[in-house]
Design a protein around this ligand. Structure first.
Ligand code: NAD
Length: 361
């Protein structure tokens, strides 16, 4: 049988790493029927939108996508394509495993944690009010009256919605993920001492869900600032981190840094029976077309996809091949060398080929 998978190469370095991952996935022997679709800069030219309806429709039908990164211009044009994609498909959970690999330089050892981030709410909801606009001034006046807080009249506002339903949904996802992946503990991360209403609700919802798991998975909650410090002191103490959207975004980059950087950080965005697999890193436009960047994060996202499809054995083999190449440290891109100017560094395509070779042996 062949799996129907939507393939979105993306832009910037996207096509290079996405194709590297696709070749590695095909080399496992698992069969795919790829439905190639556009998003990002390439789509704007062809469809006048960075996120064409036919791309969304393809994912709705296949239920699985492998996606390269996509550029979001800052301050102008469209809001993030990635945020739009998650909203349109209700991909409410972002999962980012972070583990140390022998051969990848980092001050830390034996880190093996998973960031589970809520994807639909929080300051990422995009409910913003620009400074000086009449509706902003009106809202400020209403808020001053309702709260007695001295909000400056020239302030801009961003709204942070956190609901019990979305918090319970992501907490349940984190516990189910922990159970199905042999994880022992979920840590809910928040700032409930300051944001008593929003983060307080997130923490309370997580606690309620934890109660229904009856000690099968341990639970604790921690403040986000303390968690950051503990993560850089003793990252080995963490297992599954459960976070609202904004803290999840920031801490997943922090955790990627703990294990050697964005080059080795895979991810997935999941909804009810629908999943988009993509690296944590972005489109790194300055490296576009240079055949230089590290394909590992995208290939490991492919390993997660195999796992999701139930192809456990193929996932294990591909994961082991990546691990072996990283451990040997020979056939790797510049960022994985001790000296970034090491002339023995190889290109994106060549590293993928080395992984495929390893897979065959
Ligand atoms: P980025 O992750 O694209 O790049 C930051 C730096 O990290 C690069 O300059 C490079 O030094 C390093 N890096 C990233 N990927 C690498 C790889 N595979 N191998 C080696 N080094 C790598 O972050 P940015 O520069 O902040 O964002 C660029 C664009 O990507 C922005 O438009 C942003 O919105 C977008 N973005 C997209 C996604 C996505 O599509 N999922 C995610 C994050 C950022």
């Amino acid at each position: 049988m062949a799996y129907d998978v939507t393939f979105i190469p993306g832009d910037g370095i996207g096509p290079e790493v996405a194709w590297a991952a696709r070749r590695c996935l095909e080399a496992t022997g698992v069969r795919f029927r790829w439905d190639e679709r556009m998003a990002g800069a390439a789509a704007i030219q062809a469809f006048k939108t960075p996120l064409p309806e036919e791309t969304l429709q393809s994912i709705r039908e296949t239920r699985v996508a492998l996606k390269g990164p996509v550029t979001t211009p800052i301050g102008i044009g469209f809001r993030s394509v990635n945020v739009a994609l998650r909203k349109q498909l209700d991909l409410f959970a972002c999962v980012r495993p972070c583990r140390t690999y022998a051969g990848v330089h980092t001050p830390f050892q034996d880190v093996d944690l998973v960031v589970v981030r809520e994807n639909t709410e929080d300051l990422y909801a995009g409910i913003e009010f620009a400074a000086q606009e009449p509706k902003t001034r009106q809202l400020i006046a209403q808020l001053r009256e309702a709260t007695g807080q001295p909000i400056q009249s020239d302030a801009a506002l961003s709204i942070k919605p956190i609901s019990a339903a979305a918090s319970r949904r992501i907490a349940t996802f984190a516990f189910e993920y922990a159970l199905s992946h042999g994880r022992k503990k979920v840590t809910a991360v928040h700032k409930a001492n300051i944001m008593k209403c929003t983060d307080g609700l997130f923490r309370e919802s997580a606690r309620q869900v934890a109660g229904t798991y009856d000690g099968r998975v341990a639970f604790e909650d921690r403040l986000v600032d303390a968690t950051c410090m503990q993560l850089v002191l003793r990252p080995q103490e963490f297992d599954v981190l459960l976070l609202p959207n904004l803290y999840g975004d920031i801490l997943s980059d922090l955790c990627a840094g703990l294990v050697g950087g964005l080059g080795v950080a895979p991810g997935a965005n999941l909804g009810e029976g629908i999943a988009v697999f993509e690296a944590v890193h972005g489109s790194a436009p300055k490296y576009q077309g240079l055949n230089k960047v590290n394909p590992t994060a995208m290939i490991l996202s492919g390993v997660m996809m195999l796992d999701h499809l139930g192809e456990r054995e193929a996932a294990k083999r591909l994961g082991a091949a990546v691990e072996a190449i990283l451990r040997e440290g020979k056939d790797v891109t510049y960022d994985l060398k001790a000296d970034r100017h090491d002339p023995s560094a190889i290109g994106t395509r060549e590293m993928a080929e080395a992984i495929i070779e390893k897979l065959k042996n």
